[in-house]
Write a protein that binds this ligand. Structure first.
Ligand code: FES
Length: 100
């Protein structure tokens, strides 16, 4: 469903829950995840599974944990080689907190 439109730049590797994913320098993390079929990026006690939706920093549905930083918007960060991503688990029950 999702595909790269531009001529790709140099290829890099990022990791989603220890799974290597190919990405391109300058690509948004959320775009990489969607292109690889990863639609659920965080889970909240009251919201259930959520994933990238607006792609412009409004919905906060794309939260991920990045290199030990919690609750980062995947649609607002650029993929870097070796970046390690994990599903954000928000068990506070409010869905859009940064308290994990
Ligand atoms: S996809 Fe909506 S804030 Fe990232």
């Amino acid at each position: 469903m999702f595909r790269q439109l531009d001529t790709p730049s140099s290829e890099i590797t990022i990791f989603w829950e220890d799974r290597p994913l190919s990405a391109y320098q300058g690509e948004l993390v959320a775009a990489v995840l969607l292109r690889h079929g990863i639609h659920s990026t965080h889970h909240g006690q009251s919201t259930g599974s959520r994933g990238p939706y607006c792609m412009m920093g409004v919905c906060f549905d794309c939260l991920v944990d990045v290199d030990n930083q919690k609750a980062i918007q995947a649609c607002q960060i650029i993929a870097n080689d070796g970046m390690r991503l994990n599903r954000h688990m928000n068990m506070a029950g409010t869905g859009h907190t940064h308290d994990a």
